[in-house]
Design a protein around this ligand. Structure first.
Ligand SMILES: *[C@@H]1O[C@H](CO)[C@@H](O)[C@H](O)[C@H]1NC(C)=O
Ligand SMILES: *[C@@H]1O[C@H](CO)[C@@H](O)[C@H](O)[C@H]1NC(C)=O
Ligand SMILES: *[C@@H]1O[C@H](CO)[C@@H](O)[C@H](O)[C@H]1NC(C)=O
Ligand SMILES: *[C@@H]1O[C@H](CO)[C@@H](O)[C@H](O)[C@H]1NC(C)=O
Ligand SMILES: *[C@@H]1O[C@H](CO)[C@@H](O)[C@H](O)[C@H]1NC(C)=O
Length: 503
């Protein structure tokens, strides 16, 4: 029965009736993608997500893409998702997950090498090996991709399964190995055969085995575990390419006046708001919008932003300003702020965290940061004038001075007649409540030792933070990399961490 289905898949893409799709849009996109000539090198990957709806939901992966195989690009496959190992007497090499359109339907398989080129083995008929195909790429190196054990009686399609073609998901089955005449089990060729999980009925895993199509009741399904949050640490600015724009802006202006009949202290609270902005750039393979904590040097509390989105906070501050004035006189006070916009390339370490796992994965990234903040606030005030007619009260000096010192509120009163003032008043300003202005922590790091601004030393992913010694490069080849196995319900998820130290 299932075979009939495959036959019909081969016949026409018209079969992709929207009714058979879980989500119309997803189908539409796949349809578009299938119809479009293979011009664009990259195509989205859809995964079966942690669904709230009964029908399940398909989501575009933020870390995986299909990329056209380019035999001339020797470095392309370093990001490819491994599907198993090909073993011959004189060679061991990784096989990668590939797909190829066969009669308009995407079919998954694995790569094999013919001389120095890779081909995609995806079908049993004709020659079954394709020169032109797509490879599954984990470019950001922050997606965890692994093979999860699947049995016919497990319920449905695992969360994170990677969709291929029309409602089927990438799967594999271990290649059977026969003992040789000495009773030694040796296996030459692919250790796993890649194919797909067809969730028809209870489901089956279909693979090409020994040039034949075979169906199994169990096997492994490729799943992507996406991070749900990030942390950015070890931030280093490129000091030479840092640009700082300063803009003196007026924050607030007010009149301080003495309406009483004696020489006395007048006080007012000046309030203002400003935007504290930060944008930490975007990066290939790093999911846009994911909650991210930014750990800046010497900053006690990390900023919480959404990755690749501009983060704006409206901040407000209050300053108390007081002075002594003669009856009937006033001064104007103005607060000006130095509003700074800092832009700089930076490097940092991005840690990704996953549901169901205590382990984080980190990699070095380079991006551009843009921050706007209020660096300093200055007080300015006008000469003293008569409230009644605005005429300046004559003084011997007219210099405007600023002061940020804190003074006591001693209220001196006098019953004497106001005499012409021969010196400008002393105006005092002090902070009232929480202050947010001041040199930014990021700007401060610019004054650190010169060695702090090295950048771009290498872009390679780094180790799993809590598991430094493990050989993650080889994880997933049927051998459970000890540190990357975790229990999810009753099933075991073997993580294939395609990030590795050696790449
Ligand atoms: C599904 O998402 C919920 C939160 O939305 C999370 O608690 C749960 O662990 C997720 N399950 C898997 C398998 O990712
Ligand atoms: C300075 O700041 C003001 C107010 O925030 C803004 O309108 C103006 O465009 C800024 N000027 C420059 C050069 O950034
Ligand atoms: C004080 O402020 C008012 C209103 O803003 C303005 O009209 C006046 O010229 C100012 N006086 C001085 C002395 O700056
Ligand atoms: C302005 O008003 C003050 C106080 O009433 C007065 O002493 C002063 O002469 C006035 N100045 C002018 C130019 O009218
Ligand atoms: C590897 O992980 C360990 C443990 O978290 C950490 O101390 C070390 O700095 C990491 N190495 C690199 C190169 O990130």
């Amino acid at each position: 029965m299932t075979k009939v289905r495959v036959q019909s898949q081969r016949s026409t893409i018209g079969r992709m009736a929207p009714t058979s799709c879980l989500i119309g849009l997803g189908c539409f996109l796949v349809l578009l993608q299938t119809l479009a000539p293979a011009k664009a090198a990259e195509h989205s990957v859809f995964t079966h997500k942690n669904a709230s709806s009964v029908l399940g939901q398909l989501v575009t992966s933020s870390t995986l893409v299909w990329e056209s195989y380019d035999p001339k690009d020797a470095t392309q496959l370093q990001f490819a998702v491994e599907g198993g190992k090909y073993v011959t007497e004189d060679e061991h090499y990784p096989m990668y997950v590939c797909r190829v359109p066969i009669d308009g339907i995407q079919v998954s398989g694995h790569t094999e090498k013919i001389l120095q080129r890779h081909v995609c083995l995806a079908a049993h008929y004709k020659h079954g090996k394709y020169d032109s195909f797509d490879v599954l790429m984990n470019k950001g190196h922050l997606g965890k991709v692994g093979w999860r054990h699947w049995r016919k009686f497990d319920a449905g399609v695992p969360v994170g399964a990677i969709r291929i073609g029309d409602d089927s998901y990438i799967g594999r089955h271990r290649a059977p190995s026969q003992p040789n005449k000495d009773g030694v089990v040796t296996h030459w060729g692919a250790d796993f055969n890649l194919g797909h999980l067809e969730p028809v009925g209870l489901g089956k895993i279909r693979v090409i085995e020994a040039e034949r199509e075979k169906y199994y009741d169990d096997g492994e399904v490729l799943v992507e575990t996406e991070p749900f949050r990030y942390e950015l640490r070890d931030i280093k600015l490129d000091r030479l390419r840092t640009d700082i724009q300063e803009n003196m802006t007026e924050l607030v202006t007010r009149k301080l006046e003495n309406l009483e009949d004696k020489y006395s202290t007048v006080e007012t609270i000046l309030s203002y708001t400003f935007n504290y902005n930060q944008y930490w750039g975007s990066h290939e393979g790093v999911a846009r919008g994911l909650p991210t904590k930014i750990f800046e040097k010497d900053e006690a509390v990390p900023a919480e932003i959404n990755w690749a989105l501009k983060h704006t906070e409206k901040r407000s501050e209050n300053k108390a300003v007081h002075t002594k004035l003669w009856p009937g006189t006033a001064i104007n006070v103005t607060l000006r702020g130095n509003y700074v916009t800092l832009e700089a390339p930076y490097s940092g370490k991005l840690f990704a965290f996953y549901y169901g796992s205590d382990e984080s994965v980190s990699r070095k990234i380079s991006a551009e940061v843009r921050k706007s903040y209020l660096k300093e606030v200055k007080l300015e005030f006008s000469p003293v004038y008569w409230i009644e007619n605005g005429t300046l009260v004559p003084t011997t000096t007219t210099t405007t001075t600023t002061s940020t010192s804190t003074t006591t509120h001693a209220t001196t009163t006098s019953t004497k007649e106001p005499t012409p003032i021969n010196e400008p008043p002393l105006v005092h300003m002090k902070d009232n409540g929480v202050q947010h202005s001041g040199p930014d922590t990021l700007e401060k790091t610019l004054h650190d030792s010169p060695s702090s601004n090295e950048i771009n030393s290498h872009d390679a992913p780094e180790n799993m933070s809590s598991n430094p010694g493990k050989d993650v490069a080889l994880a997933g080849f049927g051998v459970n990399a000890a540190g990357s196995t975790f229990i999810a319900g009753s099933t075991v998820l073997t993580l294939l961490l395609t990030l590795s130290l050696s790449l």
